[in-house]
Design a protein around this ligand. Structure first.
Ligand code: HSE
Length: 301
């Protein structure tokens, strides 16, 4: 039996649309085993009831992609997935399935593919690199797909950083969230994002977090996506008025992430109050998780 642990990820981190992501200390465990024939899939844990138990399951599809790559037939298979990562919420649940499935298939086949090849295939299946690269490698990953091969650099997440993750009781598919994006953006907004994304990477590398309140601001995707839910729009508008900007939409949303490095953070308190307000106004419920970064990435146990 092969067992793989894969971390959740938080992509974009505000201004780093499709190119910046971190691995977080929340995991899916995937166990796979050969069986005589047929496919048996068991989903356990968070949101297990919404996941398929047939060939459309992302773990199976990703395993199949590896078997096809090496020209081996995929016959009987038992897949067991223990989920901690909520599904379709912006915390990289599909990236965890893709990376975990590919690593498990590679182990079953006695490792015909190296890490680089698994990374390349994962990006191909996911379509963008900012979730699958930190899921595979851990830490912070800056990645860009460009026209050909994915170029990326990984570095560790400071132990000082802490994420307050607010997961709403509503899902949003990445596909739907990408449809909300405009075809063109004002030049000045693009310039702001380049500046903030660069500042953010410099801040994470130098561990000078005093700039995070500016560096996490985005104007490429969050203003459009926050319109998809009135609660998000309200939170971003109110947070901006109060200069609470260490807040971003995790991946394509609808999960919100607040990044802090000091134990007492007034912005974080204000963020929690805004969440409560959405419960009062719209009845929206949030699961609050306090997470550290993961610097190990996907591991065969
Ligand atoms: N960068 C992707 C997006 C992440 O924002 O659509 C999806 O998880």
């Amino acid at each position: 039996m092969i067992r793989v642990n894969v971390p959740a990820t938080s992509a974009n981190m505000g201004p780093g649309f499709d190119c910046l992501g971190v691995a977080l200390g929340l995991y899916n465990r995937i166990e796979v085993d050969r069986r005589k024939e047929g496919l048996l899939i068991e989903n356990l844990g968070k949101d297990a009831e919404v996941l398929p138990v047939d060939e459309t399951h992302m773990v199976y599809q990703s395993m199949k992609r590896v078997y096809d790559e090496v020209g081996e037939p995929l016959k009987g298979l038992h897949i067991k997935v223990f989920n901690e990562i909520p599904v379709s919420r912006g915390l990289g649940s599909s990236a965890a399935c893709i990376v975990g499935g590919m690593m498990a298939a590679n182990e079953l086949l006695n490792q015909p593919l190296d890490r680089e090849k698994i990374l390349e295939l994962s990006v191909e299946v996911e379509g963008h690199p900012d979730n699958v690269t930190p899921a595979l490698l851990g830490g912070v990953v800056v990645s860009t797909k460009g026209d050909g091969k994915t170029a990326y650099l990984q570095f560790p997440i400071s132990p000082k950083l802490e994420w307050t993750i607010a997961v709403p009781n509503v899902s949003l598919s990445t596909k739907e969230a990408r449809l909300a994006l405009p075809k063109v953006v004002p030049f000045e907004n693009a310039v702001k994002n380049v500046g903030n994304a660069s500042l953010l990477v410099a801040s994470l590398l130098t561990e000078d977090f005093s700039v995070l309140n500016s560096a996490l601001r985005d104007c490429l995707h969050q203003p459009y996506r926050s319109k998809l839910l009135p609660e998000l729009d309200y939170i971003f508008t109110e947070a901006q008025k109060k200069q609470v900007n260490q807040l971003y939409l995790s991946g394509a949303g609808p999960t919100l992430a607040y990044l802090n490095w000091q134990e007492k953070d007034e912005g974080r308190e204000a963020f929690l109050r805004l969440l409560k307000k959405t419960t009062e106004i719209w009845g929206r419920k949030w699961d609050i998780l306090t997470l550290k970064g993961d610097n190990k990435g996907a591991e065969i146990m």
